[in-house]
Design a protein around this ligand. Sequence first.
Ligand SMILES: [Zn+2]
Length: 207
Amino acid sequence: MRRQTHQRRGTSGRLLLMLLLLGLVYYISQSDTFRIHWSLPFFREVTEEQFEVTGLHPVVAEKQNQLVERARKSGIKIIITEGYRSEERQDELFEQGRSTAGQIVTSARGGESYHNYGLAIDFAIRVSADKVIWDMDHDGNRNGKSDWMEIVAIAKELGFEWGGDWASFPDYPHLQYDFGYSIAELQRGKRPPGYKLDSEDLEASEE
Ligand SMILES: [Zn+2]
């Protein structure tokens, strides 16, 4: 008899403790102070904007304009030969030099290039109205430095990563601004915030 009473008291005590714990967990989950720290890692992926990209990211477009302008001030005219690239176009480029004619120009298939997400541009140097070059030794502004590398230096100051630094498949005209996103993340549908999908961007990306 005594033993049973003792046991019952123990059970109700445990029940009370469980209720208290549940209450505490509920309180923490509802509390704003805790919510900030708890929810970020769990909900980040859900709130990420996921949509198809059809133009240069506006931040990248702005940096592209700054690059062109700063190059001009250094006496170097550049043109942007590529910006946003559709996955179909990327697949076509990948086949170039493989199943179709021409030289191999990329190691990336559709969806594997930062161009496919509006986060990369390619440049070339314009030496006259009708002549564009990819000569890394050219010193058109005659300051004793390679124009190409001057552009690369400006681009790096603007936060671009240069494809010429890649060990496996160096891509000298290529500049990318990836916001720290890996291709794997972008392929999973993650997108850096800030895309504007208006006609202006679409036009800009087709230049
Ligand atoms: Zn490129």
